[in-house]
Every structure is written in structure tokens, then in C-alpha cells.
Design a protein around this ligand. Sequence first.
Ligand code: MN
Length: 341
Amino acid sequence: MTENNHRSSEGPELFSYPEVDEAILSLLREREEFVVIGHVSPDGDCLSSQLAMAALLEQLDKRVHLANAGPFDRSEIAHLRSDFLTHIDETLRSRDPVVVVVDCSSPDRLGHLADEIEGLTTVIFDHHASGEKFGDLRYIVPRSISTTMIIMHLYKTMDLPITTEVAEHLFFGFATDSGFFRFLGPYRGETLRMAAELVDLGVSPSAMADRMSGGKSEGYIKYLGKLIDRSESLFDGKLMISCSYLKDARTFTIGDKPSDALYGLLLSIAGVEMVLYFKELEPNLTEVGFRSAHASTINVGELAESLGGGGHRKASGATMELSIEQAKARVIEAAGALLAV
Ligand SMILES: [Mn+2]
């Protein structure tokens, strides 16, 4: 796959999407039944990519199933839960469907679905730079701001019409992963042109913004306040951490995921280079979220990978089989080694 870049009048080579391998296109055209899956704890990009991919396959008259191990714990996606299978059962497996994996960089991010797809032909569409090469065929574009934009490129490659509903999915994934345009760097006009095309297909950016950040409960906002209150500053203010404990469920409404808002607020503190968010899932299982400031050179994707997780330069995660206190000690030590430089 070669990137057919062209040069801006002055400045670096402009990005454009590489060609999609013919082997992937024929697989999509020729096979009859598909299961579209994504990563655990799905976010807006993951589920929107799944929905847009399913719609693409339906346009090709395929039989399509959506599956995700869940949980669907973010308010902006909770209403989609009923469209997704939580398991790929034997009946479905025995028909030998093709598995399309979107927005997922390694099999362990698929949760229990990883075992359930074993032996099935698998094709990956993803934009994560780190992770493990898996699947039979892959179209991985780390420079794509969202996986939905990769799928938009696939629609164009296959010359399939984009309905307003699909355009909304594509835009929503883009909006989620670009922090509503805020994480885009210079020379990325192609992404804005694609977004503009979606707006011209009937997407309302203001309605998308409401869907992304509205609809929160009072409990969510109060819990966010608690997490901010609990945050600690380390390494001369370069690192901010906060923790969510199982016991919090007794006092707070913790149904929604306050982490995105928490990261944004803690990263807005002057001098902060990295934010870590520790979430106690079970007494010996801790989820860790990593974010680095845009001005920082720290690659939290590599840091998470060194701790068994994965993700992007500026946003990544890991799930560790450790108590929250052990996970904190381990991750803060690793972060400290980077921040001390
Ligand atoms: Mn994504």
C-alpha cells in the first residue's frame, strides 16, 4: 500500500488515504455473510464505524451482524446497545461468516469475542499505530483521525452512496476521535474536506455536538467533580492522576464514563504533560487511561503498550491484572521515567 501524497505549495507532503488492497475489496464483494465487531468499552468512533461498515455491506446485499462485548457505558452510545450481539454463537460460527474488525488494534481489546472469532476469516480496518498485527487482511491507516474516515474512504473506493444516516455515523466517529476538530494538526485539510462533504449530505455539526456532550445526568457531573477533587499532581506538576474506586458506586451515579471530560480538564492545567486515570474494575483488575498534552512529546501509546495495553500517541489505555494501588505504583513509576527526561 503506497500513500499517493501530493505536495502543498510549501510545507510537507499532504496526506491522502492509501489504496485499499484488491484482496480486501474482493472479499467484501464475494462473501455472503459478515460479522462486524469492535473493541470492548466501545466509544463513538468504534460503534459508528461498526454501523457504517454494516450499512456498506448491506448495500452490497450481504447478511450482516453487529457484535460487541460491551459494556455500553457512555450515554452518547447507550441507545445503540440493542443493535449489537454480545456473543457470536455456534450457529452463526458454523456458517463461516467473514469477521470485519474495526477500530481495534489487538485481539485482547475484543474481549470474549477474540475467542469466538478464532478460525474465521478476519479483515481489520483500523487507525491505531501500536498494537499487534492480527487478522488475515488489514487496512490500517494510523494517520486517519478516526476509523469512520477510513470507512468513508472505503465507500468512495467502492463507489457506494453515503446516506444521511451513514454520514451521521461517519461524522460522529470523526467528531469523537478529533475532540470535535480540536486534535487536528496543520496540513490536514483533507479531513476537513471529508467532514464538509458529510455536512453537505445532511449532517448537522451542532446536533452532533449535542449528541456527544449533552444528555448527561446530574450524578455524572457530581461524580466528575469528585474525580477532579481527588486528583493529585506529581513530578512538579507534569503529571495529574485521578482514581475511580468500586466503592464509589455506593455514593455516586457512575453509569456514565466521566473520563473524557476529566482528561480535558486536567490537561488544561498549565504545565501538565500527562494525565493518568485509574479505574478499579475488580479488586484485582484495573483499567488505566493515558493522555498526553498536545504540546508534549510523550507517546502514551508506547507507554501503554509497554504495560500490556495500546492506543495512540496522545490517547491510550491498558487493563492490568493488578489492584488499583499496585497498578498506580507500576504506571506512575513508568510515567515518571519519561517525565524526568
Ligand atoms: Mn478510533
